[in-house]
Design a protein around this ligand. Structure first.
Ligand code: SAH
Length: 337
């Protein structure tokens, strides 16, 4: 057993089984705090690491919205879970040609991993950047421009399972050296299901989205979330562990694999509430094409990279884009009118 597994074993032995959210939280916290997981030699590759075009298209979307809003200054530009800082660097480079934008922008990153924070510092050394562990400490000056790619999937979720006519919570127990998933009774109210069906809720994701929606209502602005997931209903077991670009058992080598779940965009939409404008979710492929990625790919000679980001057989459909904004007349670029 590794150090984290020994700690988990003690925790479970002393206090009883832990919910999937607590398990994810500890596993992901350890995982990201101890490595840079990206790229061919890491465990997985994300859209900004595939091509600069991804960040450029988001930069153009933000620039268009900023101009339509009358070029306000200052503005607060925030990224949550910035990985190596590549997406933010690409956004800022794409914005360089927009007069006044770089002077207006105050850059804030939300990152829990000390290792990745160092990477981000290096990538973004030409800019003035502040770091935060949560959204709460990010000051709000002027309208908000927010982006997060593959961030929500890393926030913990809880799982419930219908068995013998009642909902139970799926929890992690330990037997000797082996972790296992068991069921304990719960009085959580959930939609009725068939036997053994699994239902996922992600209270921390919902809270994050609700907090952002509040900021947009107060300060105006735009938030973009990109992630893998589905458009509605929390049914299905989507917990997944990835190591060396392959799926592995979430209950083995805990803290050594990336542990995530699919984002329920129906829940994201509900969490945003009725007072902000919600656009999407839509496929990443359609969004990027609407933003003009085909022209950019031809110019850069990045046909293969574009295919990977947009094809429905690859990342184009499974990855969804959802936007929150303060004004339905903003006609955010990339989304259907
Ligand atoms: N957006 C990047 C990285 C995605 S990986 C990209 O597309 O390449 C997830 C990122 O979220 C990592 O930077 C990780 O350290 C960070 N992260 C995960 N959980 C977090 C949390 N609870 N609070 C802050 N950052 C978190």
């Amino acid at each position: 057993m590794n150090k984290l597994e020994t700690r988990l074993k003690t925790l479970i032995t002393e206090n009883g089984p832990i919910d999937i959210g607590t398990f994810m939280n500890l596993a992901i916290g350890h995982y990201y705090s101890t490595r840079d997981p990206f790229g061919a030699r890491g465990d997985f590759t994300t859209a900004p690491e595939i091509s600069q075009m991804f960040g450029e298209m988001i930069g153009v979307c933000f620039a268009d919205a900023w101009l339509k809003m009358g070029s306000p200054a200052p503005i607060t530009l925030v990224e949550a879970g910035p990985g190596r800082g590549t997406l933010m660097a690409d956004i800022l480079r794409a914005m360089k040609s927009v007069p006044g934008f770089h002077d207006a922008v105050q850059i804030h990153l939300i990152e829990m991993s000390p290792v990745l924070k160092e990477r981000q510092k290096e990538t973004l050394k030409d800019y003035l950047v502040s770091w935060h562990e949560t959204l709460d400490s990010v000051p709000q000056q002027g309208p908000l421009f927010f982006v997060a790619n593959e961030f929500l999937d890393a926030l913990p979720m809880r799982q419930f399972q219908f068995a013998q006519n009642a909902w139970h919570e799926r929890v992690v127990g330990v037997d000797g050296e082996q972790f296992f998933v068991g069921l304990i009774p719960t009085n959580h109210h959930l939609p009725a299901g068939n036997d053994n069906v699994v239902f996922e809720t992600a209270p921390l994701r919902d809270q994050f989205v609700a907090d952002l929606a509040d900021r947009i209502l107060q300060a105006d602005g735009v938030a973009l979330f990109i992630d893998y997931g589905h458009d509605q209903s929390g049914f299905g077991d989507t917990l997944q562990a990835v190591k060396d670009h392959k799926f592995t058992d979430a209950l083995r080598d805990v803290g050594e694999a990336d542990l995530t779940s699919h984002v329920d965009f129906g829940a994201v939409k509900r969490a945003a509430g009725d007072n902000v404008v919600v656009l999407g979710p839509m496929g990443q492929g359609d969004f990027l094409k609407n933003m003009g990625i085909e022209i950019r790919a031809a110019k850069l000679g990045q046909q293969a990279e574009m295919e990977r980001l947009t094809s429905s057989k690859q990342m184009g459909d499974l990855f969804r884009v959802i936007a929150l904004c303060h004004d339905e007349n903003l006609e955010l670029a990339g989304f259907p009118k």
